[in-house]
Design a protein around this ligand. Structure first.
Ligand SMILES: *Cc1c(COP(=O)(O)O)cnc(C)c1O
Length: 375
């Protein structure tokens, strides 16, 4: 019975039903070609991805974590350099900074849960030695790109935008990923543009930086058997690129629209004084990777209630990155202040299901479950 089925946080089986034919023929095309690594498929996908995002260069990588590391290394980060970032993100954001040799400096978030640009500005003002900033367009919301551009200009900061959750989001009409020298994204299956495994990309408006990223992803090899810099093995493979380009990318705008429509419905219909919907950042045309709400009292009981109604809710994220055990021994890493707002999110955020395959009935079940909850 429909009534007892789960409202899932993600639905990869239904997605497969939508892409099966085109995905299988993409795989067949690659198999028949006999070319499996760094060939025409990756090159063509990179072009189509760049066009979709509205940026001139894209470089396919093995995952989003590597894409951030590669972007920082392409910008010439030096060991021990400070990098401002957010305490509220996937751990990968900070892990990439550490792997690139950087030292994370954590700045609190704003009311939407995204790094607070005015505090970042104060930190840059107070410490002119800081050259790097890795902001995250969290939950599919776009940070204010005009403020980000102004900050970058004023302090000469190198910015790497983490767009893993926000591909397709815009701020005052400008796509995320276009302010920074380099941006990074992920094709992890849950992401808005997810592949059938792991994948990622570096984005850049600069041909030169894109070329360095291209060299870095392939052992630092600038020409065959010529290693000009120390690189990684972080290539997007032909199979994933082929599936992305011909099976998934053509659905991307339709799927993004579906997420936006569901968000509109939630925004208009969730009415419960115990459930707060955080503000969408000003100027953001969000792509709604997640639909975050704040339940400040009794989050555990709310999650139990949602589970009893068959709704799969998530938490993004239950712990702040600087509080993770492995961060204890990272010398020189600092938090600016108590990160009070980020802690509110860590303690009370709940992500409601939002993906392109939710039926109207499922959306209504999520709303009903929210509205009838009494803490
Ligand atoms: C998923 C994610 C990453 C890491 O991407 P992977 O492809 O899983 O390595 C980085 N940053 C953010 C904000 C993410 O959501």
């Amino acid at each position: 019975m429909e009534k007892f089925s789960k409202v899932r946080a993600n639905d990869f089986q239904t997605q497969w039903a939508h892409i099966r034919e085109t995905a299988l023929s993409a795989m067949d095309r690659v198999g028949k070609s006999g070319w499996l690594i760094l060939g025409n498929e990756v090159e063509s996908f990179e072009k189509d991805l760049a066009d979709t995002v509205g940026i001139s260069n894209a470089v396919g990588c093995a995952n989003g974590l590597d894409a951030i590391e590669i972007a920082l290394r392409a910008l010439g980060i030096q060991p021990g350099e400070k990098v401002i970032t957010t305490p509220l993100s996937a751990f990968a954001t900070t892990l990439a900074i550490l792997r690139a040799g950087g030292v994370p400096i954590f700045v609190d978030v704003d009311d939407s849960g995204l790094v607070d640009l005015s505090q970042v500005s104060s930190v840059l003002e107070a410490d002119r030695t800081i050259r790097f900033f890795v902001p995250v367009h969290l939950y599919g919301h776009a940070l204010d790109l005009e403020s980000l551009a102004a900050l970058k200009k004023k302090f000469g900061t190198f910015v790497v935008e983490d767009c893993a959750q926000a591909l397709g989001a815009k701020s005052a009409g400008a796509p995320v990923g276009t302010v920074a020298e380099l941006a990074a994204t992920s094709f992890y299956p849950t992401k808005n543009l997810g592949c059938l495994g792991d994948g990622g990309a570096v984005l850049s408006s600069s041909k030169e930086f894109a070329e360095v990223a291209r060299t870095l992803r392939n052992y630092g090899q600038s020409q065959k058997y010529v290693h000009s810099i120390l690189g990684l093995n972080s290539r997007l493979d032909e199979m994933q690129a082929a599936v992305l380009r011909t099976a998934i990318l053509p659905k991307f705008s339709e799927w993004t629209l579906k997420r936006k429509q569901i968000a509109e419905v939630y925004l208009g219909a969730i009415r419960n004084p115990s459930i707060i919907i955080p503000a969408t950042p000003k100027k953001s045309d969000s792509c709604w990777h997640l639909f975050p709400v704040l339940v400040e009292k009794k989050r555990a009981s709310f999650l139990d209630h949602m589970a009893s109604k068959g709704v799969e809710a998530g938490i993004h994220y239950p712990s702040l990155i600087p509080d993770q055990e492995c961060m204890r021994n990272i010398s020189n890493s600092r938090c600016l202040g108590s990160l009070a707002r980020a802690r509110v999110f860590a303690n009370s955020e709940v992500s409601l299901p939002i993906h392109p395959f939710l039926s109207q009935d499922e959306v209504e079940r999520v709303i009903a479950a929210c509205n009838e909850w009494i803490p």
